[in-house]
Design a protein around this ligand. Structure first.
Ligand code: NI
Length: 198
């Protein structure tokens, strides 16, 4: 009994000391920080705008931006997405100027800067259309990890492609995604969050 008690006290002292040390370490050591683990989506690219000018990721950075991939001959998803984003930009009011929107073609063979310009004439003028060589498009598609593929049809071909809208922060880091299947409310609150985040 005496022996046990003599062991118990140092043991308790040790435990208290160990717990104090642990608590201190937990307070000092950096915990998992939000945004610390960057998602490897996005990155450098070099394309041509619908105005025929060289356009790189640096032209998007400085403001948060939304980017998505498609093509002007897309029957449904692309025009729907562009229409939705046009409505969103109008609803955002002055906040819309804190955001950039880019539409990158996956069909550069057909989508020249001129065609993109004509096509985008039906949508919000702040949406930038981007095209390039097959290699430049392949490179930017790879950076954003999107899928696209030419599919032969009776009248020629169409393009299969990912319909993700990438939401990127002002530094060009991945922030989140949306897509045409999401409700207007959800998409708009995401865009507002993106603008707020900066
Ligand atoms: Ni499309």
């Amino acid at each position: 009994m005496a022996l046990k008690r003599s062991l118990l006290v140092p043991l308790l002292v040790f435990l208290v000391a160990a717990l104090t040390l642990l608590a201190t370490l937990l307070m000092i050591l950096p915990g998992p920080q939000q945004g610390a683990s960057k998602v490897p989506i996005g990155g450098p690219f070099r394309l041509t705008s619908h105005e025929g000018k060289v356009f790189t990721e640096e032209d998007l950075k400085g403001k948060p931006f939304a980017v998505f991939f498609g093509f002007t001959h897309c029957p449904e998803v692309c025009p729907t997405t562009l229409y939705d984003l046009t409505q969103d930009l109008q609803t955002l009011g002055s906040d819309a100027d804190k955001l950039r929107v880019a539409f990158i073609t996956v069909d550069p063979a057909q989508d020249t800067p001129e065609l993109l310009k004509t096509y985008l004439g039906s949508f919000d003028p702040r949406i930038v259309g981007l095209t390039g060589t097959e290699e430049q498009i392949a490179e930017v598609a790879k950076a954003y990890k999107i899928y696209y593929r030419k599919v032969p049809t009776d009248s020629g071909y169409t393009m299969d492609h990912s319909a993700t809208i990438f939401l990127m922060d002002s530094k060009g880091e991945f922030y989140g995604t949306s897509n045409f299947q999401e409700s207007q409310d959800v998409r708009r609150s995401k865009l507002k969050q993106l603008i707020k985040n900066g």
